[in-house]
Ligand binder design. Structure first.
Ligand SMILES: [Zn+2]
Length: 102
């Protein structure tokens, strides 16, 4: 389990939006399936693939994006979304800088 401090920091680092589709997330609906703006913490590199609990591996994601992403890493999921002409937020936030330059 991640501490509340970590959950808050992850939410804030992408300005309370899904890293992958840019949808606004509701902080209080963290982990609540079916709730409006519900979201999860995405392990950009999955734990199965050696991903860590460090902030640079954690991103806020809406539940549909996180489920669709599955075991892929964040970068491949973003590339897949681009290839399908699905919306990806413009790289103006630190969460995306990490993707571009990390
Ligand atoms: Zn999303």
């Amino acid at each position: 389990m991640l501490s509340n401090e970590v959950v808050e920091a992850v939410y804030d680092k992408c300005d309370g939006k899904c890293r992958y589709c840019g949808k606004k997330l509701s902080f209080s609906n963290y982990g609540l399936y079916g709730a409006r703006g519900s979201w999860q913490i995405d392990y950009s590199r999955s734990r199965m693939n050696g991903g860590t609990n460090h902030m640079n591996n954690l991103f806020p994601a809406c539940i549909p994006c996180n489920q669709e992403k599955g075991g892929r890493n964040g970068k491949s999921y973003i590339q897949a979304r681009r290839a399908q002409n699905q919306h990806v937020p413009t790289p103006e936030k630190p969460c995306l800088w990490e993707w571009l330059f990390g």
